[in-house]
Design a protein around this ligand. Structure first.
Ligand code: HEM
Ligand SMILES: N[C@@H](CC(=O)c1ccccc1NC=O)C(=O)O
Length: 283
């Protein structure tokens, strides 16, 4: 690239860039003046959504907001994939169901690794704006709770304990409480494969058979493993989050009104698919 000029000099508006490249005139992004990078991705709106509470601005608050917004974008994608995976199970498309779960796994690994970035913030620097956040807290993440409900950990008491939910958020949570979970969809898969799953003992036998005869039940076994992986990765995030919390605020109570790390530690044993974990003891 030799000479390049931005026609309007806008970095977020997605204006066309013209110039010469290897001696050839180029005119990137000018498809009849229709779509641009910035207009397609709505960057004008997206990059204008980071509003600090601190005044004067605390340097690290932008990082704090950005990290949470990125989490929520990925939560949206995870819900998209988990919902489609659940539906694929219900309609017998087992390959698709496990394919989408594997995508979720890679996002979940990224979500856990992102904690590293937030941990570049020191407790002192967090302290510059933490007092401004109360009573807001990650506890109020509707999409996080939707993921839990859809995965299998439905708990209506969370809906009651939410403060300040919008009508739309209440509807979304209520819908997740009413619709089938990934686990319920997996039980439909087992039934479609000819297993009875009416009692815990029936279910135990079904899982044991699938595990013992992996060649015959390959797709079902792969799906069970993909569900277990999703469960393990969710547990890994909870464990990473609580250690970050201890590093940031020690034993202080949370801005959301809980005991803080104590509350979060009480959630570490949560498993979406206890039957798949119990199975391990008999393999
Ligand atoms: C400085 C970093 C962070 C600290 C000190 C922190 C602290 C806490 C605390 C103390 C709680 C318990 C609720 C309460 O506030 O009383 C909590 C819950 C929660 N936080 Fe964070 N958090 C941090 C970063 C994050 C990030 C980056 C996310 C990503 C979305 C997140 C998501 C959540 C979620 C989903 C809950 C509810 C967990 C549950 O109910 O099982 N937190 N956090
Ligand atoms: N609950 C955290 C504050 C916090 O991390 C937070 C505050 C507002 C919105 C999201 C948050 N992230 C996770 O809880 C604390 O007690 O320090």
């Amino acid at each position: 690239m030799t000479s390049v000029s931005e026609t309007e000099g806008a970095d977020t508006g997605g204006e066309a860039v013209t110039g010469r490249w290897d001696g050839v005139d180029v005119n990137f992004g000018e498809e009849g003046g229709r779509l641009t990078y910035g207009s397609y991705l709505r960057l004008g709106l997206l990059l204008d959504q980071q509003r600090l509470e601190s005044d004067p601005p605390a340097h690290d608050e932008l990082l704090f907001i950005t990290i949470h917004q990125v989490y929520e974008l990925w939560f949206k994608q995870v819900l998209h994939e988990l919902t489609a995976s659940r539906d694929a199970m219900l309609s017998g498309e087992l390959w698709l169901a496990q394919h989408l779960l594997r995508r979720v796994h890679t996002i979940e690994r990224t979500l856990t690794q992102q904690v590293d970035i937030l941990e570049t913030m020191t407790p002192q620097d967090f302290g510059e704006f933490r007092h401004r956040l109360s009573p807001a807290s990650g506890f109020q993440s509707v999409q996080f709770r939707e993921i839990e409900f859809l995965s299998g950990a439905k708990d209506p008491s969370f809906v009651k304990r939410f403060r300040g939910l919008s009508e739309d958020e209440k509807v979304r949570l209520q819908r997740r409480l009413e619709e089938p979970t990934l686990w319920e969809a997996f039980l439909v898969v087992l039934e479609a494969a000819g297993f009875s799953v009416g009692s815990d003992e029936d279910l135990r036998k079904a899982l044991q058979t699938v595990a013992t005869d992996r060649a015959q039940y390959a797709a079902t076994w792969e799906l069970a493993e993909a569900l277990l992986q999703h469960d393990e990765l969710a547990a890994a995030w909870r464990a990473r989050h609580v250690v970050m919390v201890e590093r940031m605020i020690g034993t202080k109570p949370g801005t959301g009104g809980s005991s803080g790390a104590g509350y979060l530690r009480s959630r570490l044993d949560l498993r979406y698919y206890p039957h798949l974990w119990h199975l391990r003891s008999s393999l």
